[in-house]
Design a protein around this ligand. Structure first.
Ligand code: FE2
Ligand code: FE2
Length: 164
């Protein structure tokens, strides 16, 4: 396992743990832990969208890794699910998508392995860049009318349905 995969897979584990602890009692969400999870997940997706995928494409000379399109649709769904104040339906949907999504990135021949191969000897430098990337600004939850419809559409565009 190369340095990019090592760092990003460990970040998945860290975020999974925050999510699990934040929602351990679904009737009393730990909002502080959930806020840490949300900020961390948005940063993580930013690392993949703004550093990992474009750098891999640049170093390879134009070809996106095969699963980049699928990964982007998942990111659209996950990011949309971060917008409203979360409820049980959002937790269940996130849990399902994240488990499939993380596997798609980490598995043999997945996004991380493919990028690691594409960037070759730059892998260590890119892993450092990922590690050093700052937190991203996080906006407050938005519960205006229409938000849940937009969330549902983003989830369905990525091939999933809202759970519960
Ligand atoms: Fe991702
Ligand atoms: Fe990831």
């Amino acid at each position: 396992m190369g340095p990019i995969q090592t760092y990003l897979a460990a970040d998945h584990d860290r975020l999974d743990d925050l999510f699990r602890r934040a929602t351990a009692d679904p009737d009393h969400v730990d909002t502080d832990l959930y806020a840490q999870f949300r900020a961390g997940l948005l940063r993580h997706i930013g690392l993949e969208e703004r550093i990992l995928i474009p750098t891999s494409i640049r170093l390879r000379g134009g070809d996106a890794p095969a699963m980049a399109q699928r990964i982007r649709l998942d990111h659209g769904a996950i990011t949309a699910l971060m917008v409203p104040t979360p409820d049980k339906q959002i937790f269940a949907t996130l849990r399902k998508i994240l488990s499939l999504h993380n596997d798609l990135e980490e598995k043999e021949g997945g996004l991380y392995g493919a990028c690691e191969k594409m960037v070759g000897e730059e892998a260590l430098a890119i892993a450092r860049q990922l590690q050093d990337a700052p937190a991203v600004p996080v906006v407050a939850h938005n519960d205006r009318p229409g938000v849940m419809d937009a969330v549902r559409r983003a989830v369905e565009r990525a091939g999933y349905t809202m759970e519960g």
